[in-house]
Design a binder for this molecule. Structure first.
Ligand code: GLU
Length: 335
């Protein structure tokens, strides 16, 4: 049976490149009726961030990538790692245990990534290691270690890395290097997931395509019902008409704020506002109101300002449709 693992180091919110590995492992397991194991590679204290493992777990949940087993923390398997190191390692002058050129156990007895990863892949009966090409150089050594320990190594599959749009290593400055960044930018998880599925297992490095991601965000929001969309944004479903014009959840939140928390602004357009009130009182629907005002050369900007306190925002008919009649009247009341 196919068994894969996703093995991030707990350095904080998942990097988009790591998320690509996670999605690729999940897809591979699903295609082969296999199991996906989550392993937290926390052998290197210098790379462990407080709350890092929890951030990864909630990132995977957000992204919709499930795991069948784990999380297994490597730090809980030190005894086994040490035992394996003693089976195949040779002591050096500093008191470390080595396998050829590679340190397996540091002089203080702590296992290295190379040792822990090989031993865990072996013990957890991983059949395919699917990870970024930055680990390609580790495969030969890890396979040799597993053979020396008397087992058959897994198959190693390395995918190209996800780089920034400019081709450099993906980092904060690209605006979207981690899942936390994307979540904060209001990109729905379905869009991120769809984007990573599209990339599949790239043979070569790929540049992040933010405009593709934004397009998928629009599609993901369009696929949500009014109720789901309003719930994601945390607003009543009556506001849905303005949310519909938003390209991401952050924009949707801003649009909702315009109708739910209007700013008070002096508006000097008595004729337009009077006509607006008549149309609303007459029960004309939102699109009809805009059409009628346009027909008489009304000041639509003034209506927007009166209703939201802003000069720009969602389409005016949507603002009107999202507000109850008494709010429409109160906000355009010239007093
Ligand atoms: N923990 C390693 C990392 O986060 C991955 C190890 C592996 O996949 O073998 O880069």
């Amino acid at each position: 049976m196919v068994r894969v693992r996703f093995a991030p180091s707990p350095t904080g919110s998942l990097h988009l490149g790591g998320a690509l590995s996670a999605v690729a492992n999940r897809s591979f397991a699903d295609e082969h009726g296999g199991a996906f194991l989550l392993r937290i590679d926390d052998t290197d204290p210098a790379r462990n961030v407080e709350g890092g493992a929890e951030a990864i777990v909630s990132d995977l949940e957000w992204l919709g990538v499930r795991w069948d087993e784990g999380p297994v923390r490597q730090s809980e398997r030190h005894v086994r790692h040490r035992e394996a190191a003693h089976l195949v390692g040779e002591p050096d002058a500093e008191g470390a245990l080595r396998f050829g050129q590679t340190t397996l156990l540091r002089p203080d007895g702590t296992p290295t990534y190379q040792l822990a990863s090989a031993v865990d892949d072996m013990d957890l009966e991983i059949t395919h290691v699917i990870r970024g090409s930055d680990h390609r150089a580790n495969a030969e050594l890890q396979a040799a270690l597993i053979r020396a320990l008397g087992a058959e190594p897994p198959e190693y599959v390395h995918h190209g890395l996800l780089l920034g749009e400019d081709g450099s290593k993906l980092s904060k400055r690209h605006g979207a290097s981690s899942l936390a960044d994307l979540r904060e930018a209001g990109i729905p998880p379905e869009a991120v997931h769809a984007y990573l599925v599209e990339l599949g297992l790239p043979k070569h490095d790929v540049h992040l395509d933010l405009s593709r991601l934004r397009r998928l965000s629009i599609e993901a929001l369009a696929a949500l019902s009014d109720e789901e969309l309003a719930e994601r944004v945390g607003v009543p479903v009556s506001v849905a008409p303005v949310l519909r014009g938003a390209r991401d959840l952050r924009e949707a939140r801003e649009y909702a704020k315009q109708v739910l928390e209007p700013e008070r602004v002096e508006v000097d357009a008595p004729e337009t506002l009077q006509r607006f009130r008549e149309l609303v009182e007459g029960g004309v629907d939102a699109r009809g109101v805009v059409r009628e005002l346009k027909a008489v050369g009304g000041d639509l900007k003034a209506v927007r300002l009166a209703l939201t306190g802003r000069e720009r925002g969602p389409e005016l008919w949507a603002v009107i449709a999202a507000l109850p009649r008494e709010d429409l009247l109160a906000r355009t009341d010239l007093g």
